[in-house]
Each structure stands twice: as structure tokens, then as C-alpha cells.
Design a protein around this ligand. Structure first.
Ligand SMILES: [Zn+2]
Length: 490
């Protein structure tokens, strides 16, 4: 690694900095015997030197790649070319591989709540997704940068994701789908809906101004700021800063928003290229463009094909390394919408479906071509005592669990189910013991991670349709499973 050495011989002080342009004093190196200290008396002397303990990494988009290894031959959506959209593959990142499809546990503030990072790995989590907005506010992305990125900060050594902060900036604390205020006068409906609550986020052409949910301080996110923050957070996979719309927004507003998100995407690509060039000491961080367009097929397709062909304006002509699928999606339309988007996206780049973890949504998303997923629901529901099981939801606090001296889900292979009874979990929740949250989270995260792993294996084995019928029947009943099968029978 190259360090910027700032040597003042008279003081015999050495200031090192891991980033050009900043001075960050550290203790003088007592083993330094450089001639400059003896020769250049009386004035400041600066030079680049190479520290043999860490060489420049020369980060490049070539450090990130995706291989499609198997296709979902039956039971999935078919693209316009006649090829199936669903697939299984491997994402290669500087911190390791992710076998897809994969569910990515969420560690919003650089911790998967109540779990040790080792536990996340033991339950099969292949990567962790943290939140740019939360870490920017607390402890500050500069501190995470100094720690070596959020993975190193939290002692997680596998691949990492950060979201752009757009969703949280525009939705958190203001009631998603209800009170997001757009500044344009054309956006009358949202203004009406918003008037009863304080608006914490305002969107304009350049970015978003918002108030901190922690202390009410005013902040501003632009595409450039989001990229700078995400580079400091150091995740292997980052997301472009996009505008979040809601199902309540008018068609005209959705059109404007898709165009604005594309303009923001170019700015993200350019800032990403600048940051990559400036931060030679860090591994390459991949950037995913985020496809919006709500429930409209033409908007979704236009947004996806637009981002797929986008190139940055800088010399490197940076393009997106993968894509996120975001925004307001009605559950019943999820498979269809994801299918439109994936049909437009390049085959050789991964696709992440943001904020999804329900078993039926996972089947429909994968069948339509999504590769990775994240969601806070498994851990959030676990902390409230709502548990997934192979036969549907179980409330760990329910009286029916009080004397149930068997595993919460006898078919589950998680640490909790192998070592504890439903009755003990019930007791922990009733007594408000911390261990209840930990054991419940281990189970729920394992359940969803394992389900997606099973779906991956079923794509490889050619048994996707059978697995879908079995799981959806147990989770939601035979009628639901039949209806699901009918959706992809054409
Ligand atoms: Zn379990």
C-alpha cells in the first residue's frame, strides 16, 4: 500500500495517511532510518513511498464477475429469446463467492441483530447487507472507513453489500407508502397524504434533503454523496442512489422519476469511477444500478434496458456490474414485474431483488430471474416471536408452545432447533430474556437461507416445480400452490 509520508525532519515526526490529501497523524515509526530525515533539514519533505506490508490493489471491474451455471428449465418465466430467466450461478467478489440464488441476511448497522458474525456464517449466510443511511448517521462513514470497511469493522470476512440509503432516506420514520413528499407541484396526491405528518424527506432534481431520525439534524444525499459514503463503507456490492416512488404516485410522476433515476445513475457511475481511481488501497467495489418503474410494464422495461446500456461519462466508461430491482411492488405482481425487468437485463450480470424474504415471493422472484435477496423481516419477526416453520408460521409466545418439549420446527437443522425446545423458547420470550431473540433469529435466518439454498439445488437437480408445490402447500395450502403452478404453466 502506498502511504503519503509527511516528514518534518526537525521534529522527526512521521504522519501517515491511507488516503491522499488528508493528514492523519499516527505515532512516529521508531524503526525508520530514511536518509531524508538526515538530509532535508529545515523544511518539509514529501514523497510517495511503498509500504511492503500492503501493496496497491489496483481495483478493477474485472475483480467482480458472475457465472450462470444452471438454468431453470421448467416452472419459471421464459424471456423473449425463448430462454428461461431463472438461473443458478456464482457471484465472485474480492471477499469470496456467493452461490446463487442466495438470501443475504441484513445487518443494518453492521450487525445482524442479536447474532455473532460467526453465527451468521454457521447458519449458512454467505454475505451481509448493511445500510448506508444508518452507518452514515452512526457512527459515521469516515469511522467505518478508518476501521477498514464495515465487514472488517464487524469482524465479518465474507462478501458484503450496502444499499444506497435512498430507501431509508425517503421512507424511514415517515411511514412508507404514506407520507413521502415530492417537491414537484404536479405531485398533488402525495402532498395531501403527507399533510397530517411531518415530512422528513424532500426530493429535488439534484438529490434528497432529509432529517436524521436520530436527532432531527438536516442532511442531504445526492448520487455523489451516496457513492462517497458507500465507498467509505467498503462493501463488495453497492447500489446506485435512486428515487423511491410509491404505488400512490401518478403515472406521470413515475415516468419523471424513472428518468431522474437514470440521470442520477450516470452521476453514480461517474462518482464511482472517481472513487475507484482515488482509492487504490481498497478492493474493487461493484456498483449495481437500481431498476424502478412501479407496476408499469413499459416503464420497468425502459428503466431496465436504459440502465443496462448506460455508460459513465468519465474515461473508464464505467458500466453497472449488476442490477437491483426496487420500488413499490404489489405481492401479486411480483413475479411478473421481476420477469419484465430480467428480460431486459444482460444475462451475465447478477440481479438483486431488494427487500424480499417471504417464501412465496422467493419462489416467484427466482422463477423470474432474480439471483439474490435481502430483507429485515426474518430477524425482525424473530425478535417479536413470529417464527417460520416448515408447516407455516408459529407464534413462539402462544400458549400452545408452553409445554411443547420438542424443536420449534422438527424439520429444521438450525442450532436452535437441534438444541432447544419450543417450550424453552416460549419461556425466554415470556420472561423477556435476551437469549430468546438470539435463538429465534438463528432459526428464522437459517430457515430462509436454507429455503433459498434448497431452491438453488432444485434448479440444479431439475426439481424446482416439485419443491415449489411441496413448500407452498405446507406454507399456504394446496389451493395457493395450485394457483402458483398455474401462473407459470403457459
Ligand atoms: Zn430451526
Amino acid at each position: 500500500m502506498q502511504y503519503w509520508l509527511f516528514v518534518h525532519p526537525l521534529l522527526s515526526r512521521v504522519h501517515r495517511c491511507s488516503e491522499r490529501g488528508k493528514t492523519r497523524p499516527v505515532a512516529a515509526d521508531p524503526s525508520c532510518s530514511r536518509a531524508c530525515c538526515a538530509l532535508a533539514a529545515g523544511y518539509f519533505y514529501t514523497e510517495w513511498v511503498t509500504d511492503s506490508s500492503a501493496t496497491p490493489l489496483s481495483p478493477s471491474p474485472a475483480d467482480f464477475s458472475f457465472d450462470v451455471e444452471h438454468r431453470l428449465e421448467t416452472g419459471g418465466a421464459i424471456g423473449r429469446t425463448g430462454a428461461p430467466l431463472g438461473r443458478a450461478g456464482t457471484i465472485h467478489t474480492p471477499h469470496g463467492d456467493i452461490q446463487t440464488p442466495a438470501f443475504i441476511p441484513v445487518g443494518t448497522k453492521a450487525t445482524v441483530k442479536s447474532l455473532l458474525p460467526e453465527t451468521v456464517g454457521q447458519l449458512g449466510g454467505q454475505a451481509v447487507l448493511a445500510n448506508a443511511y444508518h452507518l452514515f448517521l452512526q457512527p459515521g462513514s469516515d469511522i467505518v472507513d478508518e476501521a477498514g470497511g464495515f465487514g472488517k469493522f464487524m469482524n465479518w470476512h465474507g462478501p458484503t453489500f450496502t444499499d444506497s440509503g435512498g430507501f431509508q432516506v425517503m421512507s424511514l420514520g415517515v411511514g412508507f407508502k404514506k407520507v413521502i413528499s415530492m417537491s414537484e407541484k404536479t405531485h398533488a396526491e402525495a402532498e395531501v397524504i403527507a399533510k397530517t405528518k411531518e415530512r422528513l424527506a424532500h426530493v429535488d432534481e439534484d438529490g434528497v434533503t432529509f432529517k436524521s431520525f436520530i436527532n432531527g439534524d438536516k442532511h442531504r444525499f445526492t448520487p455523489e454523496i451516496s457513492m462517497q459514503i458507500q465507498h467509505q463503507l467498503g462493501a463488495d456490492i453497492m447500489f446506485a442512489f435512486d428515487e423511491l416512488t410509491t404505488l400512490l404516485d401518478s403515472r406521470a410522476y413515475q415516468e419523471d422519476s424513472v428518468e431522474r433515476t437514470e440521470r442520477w445513475a450516470v452521476r453514480c457511475l461517474d462518482e464511482h469511477a472517481r472513487q475507484t481511481a482515488d482509492r487504490q488501497h481498497r478492493p474493487y467495489q461493484a456498483l449495481f444500478g437500481v431498476v424502478q418503474g412501479a407496476q408499469y410494464e413499459d416503464l420497468r422495461r425502459r428503466a431496465a434496458s436504459g440502465l443496462a446500456g448506460l455508460r459513465g461519462a468519465t474515461a473508464t466508461e464505467q458500466e453497472f456490474d449488476g442490477f437491483g430491482i426496487g420500488g413499490a411492488i404489489e405481492k401479486t405482481e411480483l413475479g411478473e414485474i421481476v420477469g419484465w425487468v430480467c428480460d431486459e437485463l444482460p444475462e451475465n450480470k447478477p440481479r438483486h431483488l431488494l427487500g424480499i424474504s417471504e417464501p412465496d415471493d422467493l419462489f416467484f422472484g427466482i422463477a423470474a430471474g432474480a439471483d439474490t435477496f435481502d430483507c429485515v423481516a426474518p430477524s425482525r419477526q424473530a425478535r417479536g416471536g413470529t417464527m417460520y416453520s416448515s408447516s407455516g408460521r408459529i407464534n413462539a409466545k402462544a400458549a400452545t408452545q408452553r409445554r411443547r418439549f420438542e424443536a420449534l420446527d422438527p424439520e429444521c437443522d438450525c442450532y436452535t432447533c437441534e438444541n432447544y425446545t419450543a417450550a424453552y423458547l416460549h419461556h425466554l420470550f415470556k420472561a423477556k430474556e435476551m437469549l430468546g431473540s438470539t435463538l429465534a433469529t438463528i432459526h428464522n435466518e437459517r430457515f430462509i437461507v436454507r429455503l433459498v439454498d434448497q431452491i438453488r439445488q432444485s434448479i440444479i437437480d431439475g426439481t424446482f416445480v416439485e419443491l415449489r408445490e411441496e413448500v407452498l402447500t405446507k406454507q399456504y395450502g394446496a389451493d395457493f400452490a395450485r394457483e402458483a403452478a398455474a401462473r407459470y404453466s403457459a
